[in-house]
Design a protein around this ligand. Structure first.
Ligand SMILES: [Zn+2]
Length: 144
């Protein structure tokens, strides 16, 4: 968070895909490396303002620090699996009411601000849809 896209591409190589919406600078503001999505501010500095991991795919894929090489993981982790993993990592979490309603529930890891959203509709156990971190609103950086 707060890094510029060019700093990310130096480490991970060019994004594998980009969004179709463009910002004020004429560039896309959503970039993806497999299930890892980076949202940038809509100006030339392309500062990372959101990080989302889409987890509701049968197989998740995201980059390693070796440019062009991906790693894959089983997708759609269940609620219990996620909570056990957070507890095993000593990572405290709390229920997150703003994103909890009839067909989803959410938890939040206070230390990182990472929000975990689970689908609860028509499933025996909630399934993790996404994990996201977003920057402060209004944004705190000044576009250059
Ligand atoms: Zn900016």
């Amino acid at each position: 968070m707060g890094a510029q896209l060019k700093d990310i591409t130096e480490v991970l190589g060019p994004p594998w895909a980009s969004g179709s919406f463009i910002g004020a600078d004429g560039l896309p503001y959503l970039y993806a490396y497999g299930c890892l999505e980076l949202g940038t501010c809509q100006a030339h500095c392309q500062t990372i303002e959101s990080i989302v991991v889409q987890t509701d795919w049968p197989t998740m894929e995201w980059p390693t620090q070796e440019p062009g090489r991906a790693e894959t993981f089983p997708g759609c982790p269940a609620y219990g699996e996620v909570l056990r993993a957070l507890d095993a990592a000593g990572c405290p979490w709390e229920h997150y009411e703003p994103l909890t309603d009839d067909d989803q529930c959410a938890i939040r890891v206070a230390d990182s601000g990472a929000t975990f959203v689970f689908n609860t509709e028509d499933v025996p156990e909630p399934i993790l849809c996404s994990v996201s971190v977003t920057g402060p609103r209004p944004r705190t950086h000044t576009c250059v």
